[in-house]
Each structure stands twice: as C-alpha cells, then as structure tokens.
Design a protein around this ligand. Structure first.
Ligand SMILES: NC(=O)c1ccc[n+]([C@@H]2O[C@H](COP(=O)([O-])OP(=O)(O)OC[C@H]3O[C@@H](n4cnc5c(N)ncnc54)[C@H](O)[C@@H]3O)[C@@H](O)[C@H]2O)c1
Length: 354
C-alpha cells in the first residue's frame, strides 16, 4: 500500500513512517517542517526506496493536488497538526488554521483525487485525533471515554481537533469519502519534542533544573507508548470499518505526580546523582488554565473488533524512553534552542494573535 502520511516529521507521524516502511509500505511524508518537526526522526528510513518526502503545508491546496497526482496514494494518514495545548492557549489562531482549515483542504484534495480515480472503495482517509475532544472525566475509575462519549473540548487545541473530527465525519456522510477516525490518549516515547511533559522532566532532571508540575500534579492521563500507537494506526488502517472511529489507549492511568516520580526513580537507577534523588527537583508551578482533570480511554472496541492491544506496560515504555534520551543527546540538544522551548507557555497571561 502507498501511504501519504501528513506530519511525518513530528513525534507520532515519524513513528508511523518508520513502522510503515519497516512493514514494506511505500510512504510519502508530507510535512511543512514547523518548529515541532525534525527530519532526523525519520533518518532510520530516509534512504529506503520506499520513502519519499514532500515539504508542503496542508493549507496549500495547489501543493496538495500536485502531491496526490505525483504520488497516487492508496490511503492518507493525517497527523499534521499544531499539537501543544500550552501553545494553543497563547496563540489559538495557528491551531484553527492548521487543524481546522488545513484538514478541510486535505479532505478536499483527497476527495478530488479519489473522485478522479473513480471513487475506489479501497481508498482510505484516516484522521488521527485525540481523546482530549471528549473533555474531562470525573475521578470514578469506572467512567472512561468510549466512541459514544459526547464531544466536550475545553482548550483551543482540543476544540480545533474536535472541529476537524466533525469535518472528517461530514465528508464521509455527505460525499462518501471512505474515512476512518482514531482518538488516542497521551503518547510518550523516543523522538518526543522537548516541550512536552515527559522529555521536559527527563532533560530538566539531567540538567539539575526544577521538574515543573502544574497545580498539585493530580491530573490523570492515560499513557501509551508511541510505537504502540503507530501499530494501532496501521491496524485500523488495514482492518478498521469505514466511517467508524476507534479509541486507542494503553489503560495506563497515572497522575502527573506519579508519572514524574516514576521517571525520577528510573533516572536514579540509570544515571544516579552524586547526592540526593531526582525527585528532590520536583517543583509545583501555577496550573494551566482550564486544565482537564482526567482522561482515560476504554479501548474495548479496537481490542474486540481488531484484536489490537499495547505491547509494553507503562513501566517498560518509560524505561525505554529514558534510555533513549540518555543515548540520544545529539537529537534533543539542538531542539532545546528552538523558539519557546524551555519557557513556561500557556499561562493565559500572554495573548498572541497569529
Ligand atoms: N502527542 C500526543 O500525545 C497525541 C495524542 C493523541 C493524538 N495526537 C494527534 O496526533 C497527531 C500528531 O501529534 P504529534 O504529537 O506527533 O505532533 P507534533 O507536533 O510532534 O508533529 C506535528 C507535525 O505536523 C507538522 N505540521 C504542523 N502544521 C502543519 C501544516 N500546516 N502543514 C503540514 N504539516 C504541518 C509539523 O511540522 C510536525 O512535523 C496530531 O494530529 C495530534 O493531534 C497526539
């Protein structure tokens, strides 16, 4: 199968590109190379004859039409997005432009291509979304997000993703475009951009800096190893039922404080400090405005219908992740110099119009 992967130079998209090429799929990686992109993420497959790269913006319809015609993909895996909640609080405009308008242009380009090909049944437009569209859950562990949970996005990021999900469903209902949707919980793993919680904690710990925890650290997230997410996406692409959505999660709920303490424990073992423990660096900082209390995915549908389940526990995945950051300073060091990285963003104090 030839896949057009958007956002393939980002964190999850690059995991999809690496996995798809390793499984023998041809992949065209379409990415605008924003601040969050890094082509080193796909270096392991960049020389493969199965891999091609196109620098393009998903808001650029002419570029999209050219790329569809040139590469003739069998499926689109759409991951390109603005993805950092804190940045969406300071500058929501970029999120509406890429996540909503960009998805609209990509849908239209895909539909035009699919129609010129005689509307092949086997074509797929797979939209990759987040569990954040469902809003915030109460503490009751019995209550989880299912595919039927009503949408209730609460940040500019999740609202823009929710809008894009609605567009994708509408393109299926109205035009018959063969779409698939997935809503996944928080990812972590290798190549995670160093502005997100887990890499920030690992790298600040190593640098002897504070480990910032928003509020009291009691917000709960459901963590999934990124390579398991990539595997789930290819499973849904190959076996998922058209027009259907699938929730993807690792059934690994942790409070942010527990997660940070676990990371500190792994670091204490793998790279012990001269004195004291990494947890001594934990610092509680002002909470993010509108910080959702809890996310948790019920993955019953993808498990029952498609037989997918994660391959690693959160403890195994976190250890692999810490080991990867310890071994790959050449990857993360230059990214720390990028705009906004290492700064506190999303306090609601700074209004940025973009
Ligand atoms: N990170 C998570 O925990 C998580 C969880 C669930 C779903 N998702 C979704 O998965 C997708 C990928 O997330 P990620 O964490 O890998 O994001 P990321 O920020 O690491 O990567 C996004 C990529 O998209 C590219 N991009 C941004 N705007 C673009 C545009 N206008 N045109 C073309 N390319 C553009 C960037 O250059 C970057 O390479 C997103 O759609 C996100 O909403 C993420």
């Amino acid at each position: 199968m030839k896949l057009l992967v958007t956002g393939g130079a980002g964190f999850i998209g690059s995991a999809v590109v690496r996995l798809a090429v390793s499984r023998g799929h041809a992949v065209v990686n379409l990415d605008a190379l924003t601040y969050a992109a890094c082509l080193d993420n796909v270096a392991p497959v960049a020389d493969s004859p199965l891999y091609a790269f196109e620098q393009a913006d998903i808001r650029d319809r002419a570029a999209l039409d050219r790329i569809f015609a040139a590469h003739r993909p069998d499926a689109v895996l759409h991951l390109a997005a603005e993805s950092h909640v804190d940045r969406s609080i300071d500058g929501p405009g970029a999120f509406v432009e890429t996540n909503v308008n960009g998805t609209y242009h990509l849908l239209e380009a895909a539909r035009a291509w699919w129609e010129t090909q005689g509307r092949p049944e086997a074509f797929r437009f797979h939209h990759v979304s987040t569990d954040e569209v469902f809003g915030s859950l109460p503490a009751d562990p019995e209550v989880k997000f299912t595919e039927e949970t009503p949408y209730d996005p609460r940040s500019p990021y999740s609202a823009s993703k929710a809008a894009s999900d609605h567009l994708v469903r509408a393109w299926h209902e109205t035009y018959g475009l063969p779409v698939l949707l997935t809503n996944c919980s928080n990812n972590y793993g290798p190549y995670h951009f160093p502005e997100k919680l887990i890499p920030v904690v690992i790298l600040n710990a190593l640098a002897g800096k504070e480990l910032p925890i928003y509020g009291e650290g009691q917000n709960i997230r459901d963590w999934l190893y990124v390579e398991d997410h990539a595997d789930a996406l290819l499973t849904v692409l190959e076996k998922g039922r058209v027009g259907r959505s699938y929730n993807i999660g690792g059934e690994n709920e942790r409070t942010n404080l527990d997660l940070v303490r676990t990371l500190c424990g792994i670091l204490d073992e793998l790279r012990p400090k001269q004195s004291g423990a990494y947890a001594d660096q934990i610092a509680f900082v002002a909470d993010r405005p509108g910080h959702d209390a809890r996310y948790a995915i019920d993955p019953a549908r993808i498990r029952a219908e498609l037989g997918w389940r994660p391959s690693v526990t959160v403890e195994q995945g976190l250890r692999r992740t810490v080991e990867w950051y310890l071994a790959n300073e050449d990857w993360w060091r230059p990214l720390q110099a990028r705009e906004g990285v290492g700064q506190r963003l999303g306090t609601g104090q700074k209004a940025v119009a973009r």
